[in-house]
Design a protein around this ligand. Structure first.
Ligand code: BGC
Length: 344
């Protein structure tokens, strides 16, 4: 009888411990693994930027395939900041106040990331920055800050080599008038963007290193934009009639703008225009022969990585096990060259 009572007490005690464990598990870290839905907020510096828009649609596709593959429901809310940092700050505030699990931020002004970081840290919500890189001091402030982008020097060296290869094969493919100089104009992206300066510098350096005898006619900033590039190019065509042989552009949109102006001018010389991005619009330009070459970054990989980091953080998983990161927070997408010739 005494023994039976002891058994009862032991069993009851075990039941209490077990129940306690279950309750604890229900509200501790393990709960995150059992989450059946995640909410991710995305803010875009400008929704009408074709490069960004392409990443956006790849992100939306990725969210769908992730849902199908994992059974975890994804709510992804995308907001367009329309080039206004104040608007973007309010959009971030809204996602945080609604309790989103992670936010993906394409800064309007990349030097203004501290506002977003302060708010995210207060709310304990991880941030995946992309395409517009916050300064290093900002990125170091918290372990839940990530950046996904491209190596700007790599894009530029690849772009420069498209032209070096052509020159080495057939110098008159670039030096159209055969005067021993390759006369070029340069279209640059936003001056505050980390990619612009580095792309410009390394593209030109690669051409010089490759032995192309360069002569710069002129250059200007067209802020990544097709119509601004087209307007600048129109002026330059008037200023240097039939002299421009090469147009080096920091992205495909500006390359397409230059091609538009050249087409309007009626100049039928085979001026070589090169861009960077490999957007769907850029690819069309290559196919139709408007662009000579571009450097394509893998926009699917780009979006997949942004999403994978945000999803892993949302579920409390170890991000490093899902994505290989530099310094625990940076990811650079792969890039490759494309020419009209290679597409054939
Ligand atoms: C892309 C541009 C884009 C810009 C936006 C650059 O890396 O090459 O096409 O307009 O990012 O921030």
């Amino acid at each position: 009888m005494k023994k039976q009572k002891r058994l009862w007490i032991t069993a009851a005690a075990m039941a209490v411990v077990l129940a306690g464990c279950m309750v604890l598990q229900g509200c501790s870290g393990d709960k995150k693994d059992e989450k059946k839905s995640i909410r991710i907020g995305v803010v875009l510096y400008r929704g009408d930027d074709p490069f960004i828009n392409n990443i956006r649609s790849n992100l939306e596709d990725k969210a769908k395939t992730y849902e199908k593959g994992t059974g975890i429901k994804v709510v992804m809310d995308v907001a367009d900041s329309k080039g206004n940092q104040n608007t973007q700050n309010s959009q971030v505030d809204r996602f945080l106040s609604l309790g989103y699990d992670a936010i993906c931020v394409n800064m309007v002004d990349r030097s203004a990331a501290s506002y977003v970081i302060n708010k995210a840290m207060d709310a304990d919500v991880p941030v995946v920055f992309f395409n517009r890189e916050p300064v290093e001091e900002d990125m170091k402030r918290w372990e839940k800050l990530y950046y996904v982008g491209e190596d700007a020097k790599e894009s530029a060296v690849l772009q420069g080599n498209i032209l070096v290869d052509l020159y080495q094969d057939n110098p008159e493919g670039l030096d159209l008038d055969g005067n021993g100089k390759v006369s070029y104009v340069l279209l640059e992206g936003e001056s505050s963007h980390q990619d612009s300066l580095i792309r410009t510098e390394w593209s030109i350096q690669t051409l010089k290193d490759g032995g192309v005898p360069l002569e710069k006619l002129t250059g200007g900033i067209a802020n990544w934009d097709r119509s601004q590039a087209s307007a600048l190019m129109e002026q330059w065509i008037e200023e240097f009639p039939k002299e421009i042989e090469v147009v080096i552009c920091n992205n495909d949109e500006m390359a397409l703008g230059a091609a538009d102006a050249l087409e309007r001018s009626g100049d039928s010389r085979p001026v070589k225009i090169v861009g960077i991005d490999g957007t769907p619009q850029g690819m069309e330009g290559l196919k139709s022969g408007k662009l000579f070459g571009t450097v394509q970054c893998d926009s699917k990989e780009y979006a997949d990585v942004i999403f994978e980091i945000a999803a892993a953080e949302s579920l409390g998983q170890n991000v490093q096990e899902k994505v290989e990161l530099n310094q625990g927070k940076y990811y650079e997408c792969s890039q490759h060259t494309l020419t009209a010739e290679s597409l054939k």
